[in-house]
Design a protein around this ligand. Structure first.
Ligand SMILES: [Zn+2]
Length: 503
């Protein structure tokens, strides 16, 4: 008898992503209907987007420009001679019986997206980017024996970005979709809000033994409506398939599965007949789209400030670490403000000495100082403090206040107090420091007097610390801070308490 030792299979996940992005053009893809998504059902429709006989589609130039611009931002090559095609299928939300899409000449192909993941730059390849029109929406009222159709969405411009199967973990897939969202927002082509369906993601998932290069039948996971859902659905699907592999019953055919948010599982979906044949053919009502070299060059101009560029600038010019740089990149308003605040801060640095020495001082300390400025802004400027018009306090005031903090004129808790008072009173930080009595006490004489008093009143704690219970020292520091109404410089207090205990 042959005894088999069950060897644990080492499997890796192969994930590819298809992302749909709804473009925020004023009008729809092939007609003049309003493209806003907050209108009463079936009010933004016309004979063209409802597929009436005899109507002709007219392509939206803005949508084409934005698709090409996005393709350029993703490092794609451009089909300067492109075209639209008909994808034929029947569904109740598709009045024409076909969708105008792009088949063999997408606007963009062979791109890449580079992303910092856990301190390492990873490259994900883009297979293609094309433009198409969306279908309408079916609504199934609970308990009803009928369905409703809303055609407002029919004919709205949709960009589809198909990746190569380059993702190995759910976290990589999530980071990629998050970066795409950010790029759409930086380019201004879509709000890319997942909850509103502006950005939709489907994933193809399969496993294979590590080291192999062939691909196995995959499942297509749909209905992932948030970043969290992407991560969870993929993790679930990988584990499900791992179970099948380990039982010796790896998938032999492809399948379509939907993510069920309430059960946190992917479930088999009965799909339309395997729609292998959409009978694509060139859309006879739209001539080929020719994009000139000059036009490509103009559109490329629009891709000069991408999240990756801003990330690089924050790293190189300010020495920010990945976490702070990323925090600012995700908040373009705050990022701009950060750079203004640093400029102001450097202005105060220069006025405190000669421009030359200030420049040298900045070069030597920029990373540490920029990090603390970025930290301060990211931790304290909450979204609720911001109105329609951006940030609540001029950058010049925050720059000055952070300079005061840097110079030890105030301490960190005082900076928060002054910031909140600035929002309320619109007064400058220096005046508020004086008004609120928040000047930091760095005078060692006054501090050591407070230390002596605290030690005299806490003889037991002092004895504890001296017998080795060093943790009790923080209690004494806290008491001194309290005695000085929080104004003492914590570093000076720490040193003074330590010194007094050694005596
Ligand atoms: Zn229309």
């Amino acid at each position: 008898m042959h005894l088999s030792v069950r060897k644990k299979l080492e499997l890796e996940a192969i994930i590819g992503l298809e992302v749909h992005v709804q473009l925020k053009t004023k009008s729809k893809m092939f007609c003049c209907c309003n493209n806003r998504d907050d209108q009463p059902p079936n009010s933004a429709i016309c004979p063209i987007c409802t597929g009436q006989p005899g109507t002709l589609p007219l392509p939206n130039q803005q949508a084409i420009d934005w698709a090409v611009m996005t393709a350029l931002a993703l490092g794609c090559q451009i089909n300067q001679e492109s075209k639209f095609d008909r994808k034929n299928y029947f569904y109740p939300d598709l009045p024409k019986g076909y969708q105008i899409s792009q088949y063999d000449k997408p606007f963009g192909f062979s791109g890449t997206l580079r992303l910092p993941i856990d301190g390492q730059e990873k490259t994900f390849r883009i297979h293609r980017l094309h433009l198409e029109e969306d279908a309408g929406k079916l609504i199934h009222p609970t308990g009803a024996d009928y369905s409703l159709v809303d055609l407002n969405r029919a004919g709205t411009p949709l960009m589809e970005i198909v990746s190569e199967p380059d993702f190995r973990t759910p976290a990589e897939a999530k980071a990629y979709v998050q970066e795409l969202q950010l790029i759409m927002r930086y380019l201004g082509v879509s709000d890319a809000d997942m909850e509103k369906g502006h950005l939709r993601c489907d994933a193809n998932v399969s496993l294979r033994p590590k080291g192999e290069s062939q691909l196995y039948p995959k499942s297509e996971v749909k209905n992932m409506n948030s970043f969290k859902a992407i991560e969870r659905a993929l993790a679930f699907e990988i584990e499900r398939q791992r179970g099948l592999w380990e039982d010796g019953s790896a998938p032999t055919t492809g399948s379509t599965r939907g993510w069920n948010e309430s059960t946190q599982k992917t479930e088999d979906q009965r799909t339309k007949e395997k729609a292998a044949d959409y009978r694509y053919f060139p859309e006879p009502d739209i001539p080929p789209i020719i994009i000139s070299d000059e036009h490509v060059a103009t559109l490329r101009e629009g891709t000069k400030a991408l999240p990756s560029d801003v990330r690089r600038r924050l790293r190189e010019m300010y020495g920010l670490d990945e976490k702070n740089a990323d925090g600012l990149v995700h908040d373009p308003g705050l990022e701009k403000y950060f750079e203004e605040v640093v400029t102001e801060f450097r202005g105060y640095m220069e006025s405190a000495g000669s421009p030359d020495s200030a420049r040298r001082d900045w070069e030597a300390t920029k990373s540490r100082r920029s990090q603390s400025i970025a930290n301060w802004l990211l931790n304290r400027i909450s979204t609720e403090h911001r109105g329609e018009h951006g940030l609540p306090v001029p950058a010049t005031d925050i720059g000055r206040m952070l300079w005061m903090l840097d110079q030890g004129e105030i301490n960190a808790p005082a900076s928060t107090q002054i910031y909140e008072a600035m929002i309320k009173t619109k007064k400058g930080p220096h005046a508020l420091m004086q008004e609120l009595g928040l000047e930091q006490m760095s005078d060692t004489g006054a501090i050591s007097q407070a230390v002596q008093e605290v030690m005299a009143n806490n003889k037991k704690v002092v004895a504890d610390v001296k017998t080795g219970k060093t943790a009790a020292m923080q209690f004494l520091v806290g008491q001194v801070m309290k005695a000085t109404k929080g104004k003492a410089n914590p570093t000076v207090v720490q040193a003074a308490v330590k010194k007094a205990l050694e005596q």
